[in-house]
Write a protein that binds this ligand. Structure first.
Ligand SMILES: NC(=O)c1ccc[n+]([C@@H]2O[C@H](COP(=O)([O-])OP(=O)(O)OC[C@H]3O[C@@H](n4cnc5c(N)ncnc54)[C@H](OP(=O)(O)O)[C@@H]3O)[C@@H](O)[C@H]2O)c1
Length: 398
């Protein structure tokens, strides 16, 4: 089976490459050119972050072809000969590339990548013929500012969006469904929620979202020296957020297994799938785990009314700036129905979703601390956190 994969250098894509190769697929990775490094070196670097050892990385290359191209360009920026060969030889397109930033500064470029780039790939698929499968990695957060239960067959119900990323992904998915209805695009949509590190090691290359909060607290702790009876450092910071709200984290290995399971079951194609957690942790619980892990107390999640009772401290302002893009996600989250997933794969062949409990959260955040936020290699075993010694500096908080 010949698969065209986009986004192979990204967090999810670099995990999908080895799995597709293991399944016996011949994978063509389409990478955009960069001035500083050639495409093969860029892919090798990403795979080195994902694979357990160098031999595994080298074992992958005989099974893949790396093409330099750009999804935002007409005919993917490929020479006509190469484009035609790709069109004639591809059985499935797994479209994982996207501009994933939440920053409003990149919205124009983001639209070009996420909508225009997706449409260029659709053109290739339609030229190739109706048997070619188009597998699109969307996001559960096309749900935007909805709450309540979101179903897999729902998309645009008039919801608002927190950022250009959500909006562009929703628009792209709508466009795909239209192509599917009107032109016979053979479409399958995978909608993961918030992808976090590996369930057994915590390993990740992306340290955004809740990881930013862990990092902030780890640094902030060094500015305080008063402790409670358990030796935890008092870091009196208030963060605007609702402790009852859930955060739908899913482990990267589960997401990859689920995509693989659906991808390799043709009878499951043609539907939309939430790859989400049925029992996500609440913000309150996540806060508790993080504080225990970092050895901190007195950091609170509070509502607007309580926050307004005292002016924000410099540290609170700094935290707010650092997690600015995530602020609305601390106020509400819908729950995601997974009926399609449950009925897609024959019983016994459906990957089990690992729990997102205290141990799981500790493993994720410990990895971040232990790997010094991705700068240091950590062995593949589960990573117990080694808390850095407390530095006795004068408190600068409120
Ligand atoms: N991470 C999550 O929590 C999450 C959750 C739900 C859904 N998703 C979806 O999962 C997919 C993968 O996300 P990720 O977390 O792996 O993102 P990522 O780490 O930011 O990787 C994005 C990938 O897309 C490529 N890309 C971006 N613009 C491109 C363009 N114009 N032409 C060609 N390639 C382009 C990047 O290539 P370069 O190396 O050239 O930059 C990179 O390989 C996305 O579709 C995202 O919407 C992610």
């Amino acid at each position: 089976m010949n698969v065209l994969l986009t986004g192979a250098t990204g967090f999810l894509g670099s995990h999908l490459v080895p799995e597709l190769v293991k399944e016996g697929c011949k994978v063509t990775c389409l990478l955009r050119p960069q001035n500083k490094k050639d495409a093969v070196s860029r892919l090798r670097e990403s795979l080195e972050n994902t694979c357990s050892d160098q031999a595994m990385v080298e074992g992958i290359f005989p099974h893949i072809t790396v093409l330099e191209g750009d999804i935002v360009q007409d005919r993917l920026g490929l020479e006509e000969k190469v484009y035609c060969l790709l069109r004639d030889e591809t059985d499935h397109i797994l479209h994982c590339a996207a501009s994933t930033s939440f920053s409003p500064d990149v919205e124009k470029e983001q639209w070009k990548s996420n909508v225009g780039g997706t449409e260029n790939l659709v053109r290739l698929a339609l030229e190739a013929g109706p048997s070619v499968g188009f597998h699109y990695v969307g996001t559960a957060y096309v749900a935007g500012d909805r709450d309540g239960v979101v179903y897999e067959n729902e998309l645009d119900v008039g919801q608002g969006f927190y950022n250009g990323y959500e909006k562009s992904k929703c628009f792209a998915e709508k466009m795909l469904h239209r192509y599917s209805l009107e032109k016979g695009l053979n479409l399958t949509v995978y909608r993961p929620s918030i992808i976090v590190g590996d369930s057994s090691t915590g390993r990740t290359v992306l340290f955004n979202g809740m990881y930013l909060f862990v990092r902030f607290l780890q640094v902030a702790k060094q500015s305080f020296n008063e402790t409670d009876s358990r030796g935890r450092v008092k870091v009196p910071i208030r963060l605007l957020g609702n402790p009852e709200v859930t955060k739908n984290f899913v482990h990267i290995d589960y997401v990859v297994e689920m995509i693989k399971a659906i991808f390799t079951h043709p009878e499951a194609h043609g539907k939309t799938y939430h790859i989400t957690h049925d029992n996500p942790p609440t913000l309150g619980f996540i806060r508790e785990v993080i504080l225990d892990l970092i050895g901190v107390t007195d950091t609170q999640l509070v509502g607007q009314e309580s926050f307004n009772m005292e002016p924000a401290t410099d540290l609170e302002d700094l935290l707010r700036q650092q997690i600015n893009f995530y602020a609305p996600y601390l106020q509400k989250e819908p729950s995601f129905d997974t009926s399609n997933i449950k009925s897609a794969i024959p019983p016994g062949q459906c990957p089990e979703c690992p729990p997102m409990d205290r141990k799981a959260l500790e493993t994720l955040f410990s990895y971040a601390v232990k790997s010094k936020w991705g700068r240091k290699k950590v062995s593949q075993e589960t990573v117990p956190v080694q808390l850095p010694g407390q530095t006795a500096r004068q408190g600068k908080g409120r």
